[in-house]
Write a protein that binds this ligand. Structure first.
Ligand code: TXA
Ligand code: MG
Length: 316
């Protein structure tokens, strides 16, 4: 592929990036969670280029990103329950898995031939401007080689996918830092992947309980939720209070470590720095150990990613 184009995150740059998307190119862009690798979700060749650039298995479907709720209405059937969640959490880091409309025009590879489509409206001005200018739903997985750590800066994208993609919007670092919460509503509300929006917040809006994945069970409903994912290139030991045998300890709160996710024990800060710290310290080539993170709020999402990062390797 030709040289990667860096797009400025301003009106001109985003117009050029949108033009490349409409022409069938792949463009990485920032969202509040992680950087996504976007392509026109209605263009089969463009979607195929995402799978090729990432080395992603074809059975793992993609999220369609929309500029507004109207665009979502053209793609999926939106029940009253779904509409209430969109009202409460969009734009934001809640991805909804909803019945795909037969006339949606989505390339079959986006859904990996499932009858459902995952849709999300990111809470990020640059992303929303790009999506509005593109005027098409944009399929976008995290912009990392399949199975590796998700990117939270433009430089992470360049390091991982470099010359394999058309361009990257050179935005700022992502503020949330872990991927969106994924929720299915059928037959009842169930979280397929924990993220910044918690089961408790969703339950409060719906007035009904929301199932969460069991920590030790591999969820086969979200095809991408295989056990090993977000994998660093070195071993990772969880719930560590000290460094053993040449390990580098990543601290949190009272456990200082060589580096800390958050010395104050702020979990939002820990989520925002998690992937950057894992990348920086895996590059040192030594085994990593990481302090315990409380398992509530966004800590549930952090612990989900850490368990997958520590699991025996397998491609996602
Ligand atoms: O925060 C995010 O969600 C980021 C940014 C870029 O928006 N995107 C992201 O995409 O994390 P990706 O491809 O890395 O993860 C998407 C997950 C996968 O685990 C996939 O299996 C699941 O969503 N998924 C997509 N469509 C689905 C569907 N129809 N049913 C169930 N799971 C689905
Ligand atoms: Mg991913």
């Amino acid at each position: 592929m030709s040289d990667l184009i860096p797009f400025a995150p301003n009106d001109d740059g985003l117009a050029q990036a949108a033009h490349l998307l409409r022409a069938g190119g792949t463009v990485a862009f920032p969202t509040e969670t992680v950087y996504g690798l976007g392509a026109d979700a209605t263009n089969p060749a463009a979607v195929a280029a995402i799978y090729a650039a990432k080395g992603r298995p074809s059975f793992n479907p993609l999220i369609a990103h929309v500029a507004d709720i109207d665009m979502a209405h053209r793609l999926v059937d939106i029940s009253n329950t779904a509409a209430r969640l969109m009202q409460a959490f969009w734009p934001g880091d809640l991805t909804l898995v909803l019945p795909l409309r037969p006339d949606a025009g989505i390339a079959p590879a986006v859904t990996a031939d499932l009858p459902t489509l995952a849709v999300r409206m990111p809470n990020h001005t640059t992303a929303l401007t790009l999506l509005a200018k593109a005027g098409v739903p944009v399929a976008a997985p995290s912009a990392n080689p399949s199975g590796r750590i998700s990117p939270t800066t433009a430089q992470h994208v360049i390091d991982g996918l470099g010359q394999r993609i058309g361009g990257v919007v050179m935005g700022a670092a992502c503020t949330v830092g872990v991927e969106s919460t994924i929720l299915t509503l059928t037959p009842t509300p169930r979280i397929l992947r924990p993220g910044g929006i918690t089961a408790g917040q969703i339950a409060a809006v719906l007035g009904q309980s929301v199932d969460e994945p069991q920590a030790h069970v591999t969820d086969i409903t979200a095809p991408g939720q295989l056990t090993s994912h977000y994998a660093p290139t070195v071993p990772l030991r969880l719930n560590a209070t000290d460094a053993r045998d040449g390990e580098i300890l990543i601290g949190f709160g009272d456990i200082p470590g060589t580096v800390s996710l958050s010395p104050d024990g702020d979990m939002g800060h820990a989520a925002a720095t998690l992937f950057t710290i894992l990348r920086r310290y895996e590059a040192k080539g030594k085994p990593l150990a990481i302090a315990p993170i409380p398992d509530h709020g966004i800590g549930v999402a952090i612990n989900d990613r850490l368990r997958r990062a520590a699991a025996p390797r397998q491609k996602d």
